[in-house]
Design a protein. Structure first.
Length: 123
């Protein structure tokens, strides 16, 4: 009989703990279901002026992107040219002579490479 009392007491304790733990969660869930949905705050392009402005913005972004790609191609060609010139200058030098022109060319390459990298990242 004592054993049944302990089991009953234990079940009662587990049930009470479950009610305490699950009660607030189920109450919050029920309250969340009763709330009205949040309003859509995104701009709706119903106004013809807004539609036109959005289209113009997209055109400008596309044109800027095309110009950036053109500049990247041009700068990449210049990088190749400078790197070729640098290699030729280094090939002509020996371990005792390294001209100031070679150092300047390396600096140009470094600056142009950073510029290309920044353009590739985008605006």
């Amino acid at each position: 009989m004592k054993h049944h009392f302990h089991v009953l007491n234990w079940l009662l304790g587990v049930g009470l703990a479950a009610a305490l733990l699950l009660g607030p969660a189920s109450l919050c869930h029920a309250q969340a279901q009763n709330r009205p949905p949040l309003p859509d705050t995104r701009p709706q392009p119903n106004n013809p002026e807004d539609v036109w402005a959005e289209q113009q913005q997209k055109k400008m972004e596309k044109a800027a992107n095309l110009e950036r790609q053109r500049e990247i191609r041009k700068d990449s060609e210049k990088l190749l040219e400078l790197a070729t010139e640098l290699k030729q200058a280094v090939d002509k030098s020996n371990e005792n002579t390294l001209s100031l022109d070679v150092v300047k060319k390396a600096d140009q390459i470094e600056k142009l490479a950073k510029s290309v990298k920044d353009k590739m990242k985008g605006p």
